[in-house]
Design a protein around this ligand. Structure first.
Ligand SMILES: Nc1ncnc2c1ncn2[C@@H]1O[C@H](COP(=O)(O)OP(=O)(O)OP(=O)(O)O)[C@@H](O)[C@H]1O
Ligand SMILES: [Mg+2]
Length: 596
């Protein structure tokens, strides 16, 4: 079985994510385009760094003044020590505010842009990329970036600036003592970078195990009825427990490694301080150094450690954030309706939609082959065929959700690719095979296709299409809440809403994919009676398994295994011994030899 990681790899190669460094450069240029805030941030970082390097020095001089009995000096240096602290407090605060502002603006922008692009990428994109993948990118990856941009990056930049300035001051003040102070740095760096790989792997494992839990949980909740009816609760519990255990041990391990890292760092730090103290004491004895300078050096060494540790951690979070950012940019950059919609011609439908030698494949075998149909304006065409014959696929092509892999589709003689998709879709209203309900009331769900209609009008339409029987028993009528994905409604009620939604749009072309499959035959016949009048002047494409519905259409196209095998009026087709005849007879319980 494929693991989540395999899917992720497929998705990444499909989206074509960029390299970490390219993504980083692009991210920085995005951020620096917010000029005012980034200038403030740079200044705040510099001030924080400079103040950080000066106050150990002020402390040292204050101590020297005490030893020398220089009261004025003590006053000046203590005061400047205090002032530097205050300055650092404010610049640090400004640094946090600015970096949070920049990071959050950038993340908001990335989320907006990826959401926006997802509205316009071709429908085929969603067959290749899982919902979970996209949700994880737009939430988790953006969150990882938030940590990186808000805290880690500015902290390290100012930390490194502090180290550079401090080391220069130290060399200037006492060359030899500085060399001693720096002895432990290579050890610290080597240790940090060697253990960080381990820290990172453990961290990744915790992320993966928690993702597995979330995935399992959502599938389980969605499938709860299926699970109960097959008595597999215990099995599912076992599976969940297994995943949960994995997450537990991953977290334990990650925490062990991190704590080992933290303690070892402190040990190295104390060794560093001890070296400075001993070397400093020797120099004091020789009269080369002062107590104040020695104290300043001890503070400097302590100050080194945080930036160096942060730097080694930054590398990890840089890598994981850039993987995340590259994926988000991948979503933002994915070409909109790449092949489907290159045109800007306004759609007009006065004559006909024509499919010429159209074929289509989802990847492997052809789902449709050599399809030739001409649908004239005002015509009513039925499409029938066995399950999996390609009916829904054909309707997807007609709605411009996918573009044909072979042949072409023309509307009034213009190629589909040249037509502006939005203008074409304004002409049509679909009733999809799997209608989708948004959270909210029935009325809100109907409004979705046409926000201008009033509740009274919707009620009128319900009467007109004899749908009132279907909504009769609902407690609050049109204000009834449909629940998540419409779960509080019956399948038939959902379908009725979907039909209403299409009809109130008053479209030129209606594409109905099994619109009444969940509606009882009596209600269906009522709907059909009222449909006749409504369809006046409209073009209808009706996919159905129900032969009662076929009465509505002028002409029937029979699909079988992706090919058109028969075409004609109901009577034509009944007169031929073929797929249609066979399907009809089975539905009405007539055996092959004509006897029932
Ligand atoms: N998103 C997809 N990715 C890959 N293959 C698909 C996809 N959707 C459909 N198919 C395949 O294409 C073929 C035609 O499917 P289609 O949904 O068009 O059938 P249909 O005639 O509408 O069937 P039904 O009567 O069950 O609705 C099937 O073999 C199906 O497995
Ligand atoms: Mg179908």
């Amino acid at each position: 079985m494929k693991t989540a990681a395999d899917y992720e790899e497929q998705e990444e190669s499909f989206i074509k994510t960029q390299k970490g460094m390219t993504a980083f450069k692009r991210l920085m240029s995005d951020i620096f385009s917010m000029r005012r805030e980034s200038a403030i941030l740079v200044v705040a970082v510099l001030i924080t760094a400079i103040a950080g390097t000066l106050y150990p020095l002020a402390l040292g001089y204050a101590i020297n003044s005490v030893i020398d009995g220089n009261f004025n000096g003590l006053l000046i240096f203590s005061a400047s020590f205090f002032v530097l602290y205050v300055v650092q407090f404010f610049s640090n605060r400004q640094r946090t505010i600015s970096s949070t502002f920049l990071a959050q603006s950038e993340i908001k922008d990335l989320r907006d842009r990826s959401f926006e692009n997802l509205q316009y990428v071709p429908v085929s994109f969603f067959s290749k990329v899982r919902t979970g993948y996209l949700i994880s990118r737009i939430t988790n990856d953006a969150e990882t970036l938030s940590e990186f941009l808000t805290f880690q990056l500015p902290q390290v930049v100012s930390g490194i600036a502090t180290v550079i300035v401090s080391v220069s001051i130290m060399f200037y003040k006492d060359f030899n003592l500085t060399l001693y102070a720096l002895i432990v740095i290579p050890v610290l760096l080597a240790f940090s970078f060697s253990i960080q790989g381990k820290v990172r792997r453990n961290y990744l494992r915790t992320r993966k195990t928690i993702a597995a839990i979330t995935g399992n949980l959502s599938e389980n909740i969605n499938a709860i009825r299926t699970i109960k009816s097959f008595n597999v609760e215990t099995k599912m519990e076992g599976k969940f427990d297994h995943l949960n255990r994995k997450n537990f041990s991953a977290n334990m391990k990650a925490s062990m490694v991190s704590s080992l890292y933290g303690t070892t760092i402190r040990v190295i730090e104390s060794v560093g301080i001890a070296i400075v103290l001993i070397a400093g004491a020797l120099q004091l004895r020789a009269g080369v150094a002062t107590v104040g300078i020695l104290v300043a050096f001890v503070v400097y060494v302590q100050e080194f450690f945080d930036p160096v540790v942060q730097l080694s951690q930054l590398y990890n979070s840089y890598q994981s954030s850039m993987v995340g950012v590259a994926r988000i940019y991948g979503i933002i950059d994915y070409p909109r309706q790449a092949t489907e919609d290159t045109g800007n011609r306004e759609a007009a439908f006065n004559d006909a939609i024509e499919l010429r030698e159209v074929s289509f494949s989802y990847g492997d075998d052809d789902a449709l082959r050599d399809i030739n149909i001409k649908i004239r304006r005002g015509e009513r065409v039925g499409i029938v065929g066995h399950t999996g014959a390609g009916k829904t696929t054909l309707s997807n092509l007609l709605m411009k959700f996918f573009s044909p892999t072979g042949g072409e589709i023309l509307i009034d003689g213009n190629r589909f690719q040249d037509i502006e998709t939005g203008s074409f879709r304004r002409l049509l209203a679909p009733v999809l095979q799997e209608p989708f309900m948004f959270k909210g009331t029935i009325y809100e769900n109907v409004l979705f296709s046409n926000p201008d209609v009033t509740k009274e009008y919707v009620s009128e339409m319900i009467e007109k299409f004899s749908l009132s029987g279907i909504f009769e028993n609902l407690p609050n009528g049109l204000d009834t809440n449909v629940g998540e994905m419409g779960r509080n409604l019956s399948e038939g009620q959902r379908q009725a809403i979907s039909i209403l939604r299409a009809f109130i749009r008053e479209p030129e072309i209606l594409i109905l994919d099994e619109p009444t499959s969940q509606i009882d035959p009596y209600s269906e016949s009522l709907i059909m009676d009222s449909l006749n009048e409504f369809l006046e002047g409209k073009t209808l494409i009706l996919i159905t398994h129900r032969f009662s519905m076929v009465k509505l259409v002028d002409r029937i196209v029979v699909l079988n295994e992706g090919n058109i095998v028969e075409e004609g009026t109901f009577h034509d087709l009944m007169a031929t011994e073929g797929v249609f005849n066979q399907l009809y007879n089975i539905q009405y319980g007539i055996s092959g030899d004509g006897k029932s």
